[in-house]
Design a protein around this ligand. Structure first.
Ligand code: NAG
Ligand code: NAG
Ligand code: ZN
Length: 478
């Protein structure tokens, strides 16, 4: 609640504006991108994803400097089927960041789009202080309880999560959602807070919810609340404070332990979790699921869970021991990703798994049979079914289409929040099984949405959260 005071005071005097340009690689197969994505000096957005296009090709989005564009253009001159395109589309101005505090120090509760007249819009993205104020507004207006998390961020911010719907017994909470891990992925915290606001307003007034063409009954609202929801809407306040003041497309936190200037500042929280974190040991040497270089966007930190933000996310599992379903909200790709993210899934060989040292140095190469990550077949069915229902709801809102895919896609990751969530059951004794997802709202590499896109993203994701929760309830919470 108090971190913005600290964070505002340490803003740098000079800010570097992003010199990154959105580009698209095109090739006849996704495998053509394999070498490019291994270069950890390039920025592939939240994570590299190859998308099939209508003309039978594949695209890979990236944010590159002029020098990097020149380098890849030269490097791939001899491979004419792989081309680089600048995205020249002129875009409307990006959505503004709120000034002041629309929730008036928590005396005004946020009201989401699902309980407002169709066509109503929200006029700005919440600033860091407003995110705290919004949660306080929910605490003051409804039966929402806020908890202070144990670790302060590098810049001294106190972090909090909140819970609602299943009373005071923390073992009755089964859904966990987080947002704001990657600073530049604007709108994630807003989507989560406005959705919780919708649930509570609809519950109080006995009404349902509507997001575009998708509607929900009051009984569904009550059912979702009673599953018990824990939400952590701003995981990376230091990074978001910096991004909102600099417009620099900042992704990582602001830890200066490994580097104190420019891009060497900060750790990628979503490569810092204790899941195959030491990728040099666990993965095939040709793969780059994260980076050991502080200046990379995917710098993995100094140890597994070295970062306060990571430890705070993990602490929620200890406080709420029966969480079954987890979603980490990111952008921008238009996908929902399910387990696993380190290699292809397989459900036949139980011994071929992330804990087995016999496979160290072999993981991460997709489309091979040397290693594939074990997932029990019932779990594989469960995670896919819930993902399919989630994106069906997002499509039904009416704005655009979404896809669902296994998190590994064509490229592995290490130390990510979704894999960590699902791995806990096997890595630690006596803990609950947690199904982990990564939501990637928004259009590829479009981290700063226009105001129209910001509002569409709220509608789409909020319907997605509803059906994710409803589908999770029907699969089971215990
Ligand atoms: C990655 O790309 C940069 C150019 O942006 C180049 O200088 C560097 O050699 C590449 N690294 C590898 C491992 O290919
Ligand atoms: C939902 O509404 C009921 C009845 O109006 C109320 O008793 C309950 O506390 C509400 N639930 C939450 C989580 O606010
Ligand atoms: Zn992200």
């Amino acid at each position: 609640m108090r971190y913005f005071l600290v964070a505002y005071m340490i803003l740098p005097i000079t800010v570097v504006l992003a010199d990154l340009l959105p580009v698209q690689f095109k090739a006849p197969t996704a495998a053509h991108f394999r070498d490019i994505v291994r270069n950890d000096t390039f920025d592939f957005g939240c994570r590299p994803i190859a998308h099939p296009t209508d003309d039978g090709q594949f695209t890979l989005h990236a944010l590159l400097t002029e020098e990097q564009i020149a380098h890849v253009t030269k490097e791939y001159a001899s491979m004419p089927e792989l081309s680089v395109h600048r995205q020249l589309v002129k875009r409307a101005a990006t959505a503004p960041i709120g000034t002041g505090d629309r929730f008036k120090s928590g005396t005004v509760a946020p009201i989401g789009l699902g309980t407002k007249a169709s066509g109503t819009t929200i006029s700005s993205i919440m600033n860091v202080a407003e995110i705290s104020s919004a949660v306080l507004g929910l605490v003051n207006t409804y039966s929402v309880t806020s908890i202070t998390l144990p670790y302060k961020t590098f810049n001294g911010a106190t972090q909090s999560a909140a819970y609602v719907g299943a009373g005071s017994d923390k073992s009755k909470y089964h859904l966990y959602l987080s947002a704001g891990v990657h600073a530049r992925e604007r709108g994630g915290p807003d989507q989560l807070i406005y959705w919780i606001s919708d649930l509570l307003a609809a519950n109080s007034s006995g009404s349902g919810l509507s997001y575009g063409k998708k509607t929900y009954t009051n009984a569904q609202v009550k059912s979702v609340l009673s599953a018990g929801i824990v939400f952590f809407p701003l995981v990376n306040p230091d990074g978001v404070t910096y991004d909102q003041s600099s417009g620099s497309l900042w992704r990582k936190n602001r830890n200066t332990k490994s580097g104190s200037s420019g891009s060497s500042v900060g750790v990628d929280i979503n490569r810092n979790f204790d899941f195959l974190w030491n990728f040099r040991k666990y993965f095939d040497s040709s793969e780059s699921p994260a980076s050991t270089s502080p200046s990379s966007e995917t710098f993995y930190g100094t140890a597994a869970a070295s970062e306060s933000e990571t430890k705070n996310m993990v602490s929620v599992y200890d406080s709420f021991p029966k969480i079954r379903w987890f979603m980490d909200i990111h952008s921008a790709a238009g996908d929902l990703l399910y387990s696993w993210g380190d290699d292809d899934d397989q459900s036949t060989t139980t011994t071929m798994n992330f804990l087995n040292a016999a496979y160290d140095g072999k993981r991460g190469v997709v489309d091979d049979s040397v290693y594939k990550e074990y997932i029990p077949s019932t779990d594989a069915t469960n995670v896919k079914n819930v993902a399919a229902k989630t994106i069906a709801a997002m499509k039904a809102v009416g704005g655009r289409s979404y896809t669902t895919m296994q998190a590994v896609g064509l490229y592995p990751t290490s130390g990510a929040s979704d894999d960590y969530a699902f791995s806990r059951y096997w890595a630690k004794s006596g803990v609950n099984k947690v199904y982990g997802y990564t939501m990637e709202f928004g259009y590829s590499t479009n981290f700063y949405p226009t105001l129209t896109e910001f509002n569409e993203n709220i509608l789409d994701t909020n319907a997605g959260f509803m059906d994710w929760a409803l589908a999770a309830i029907s699969v089971g919470l215990e």
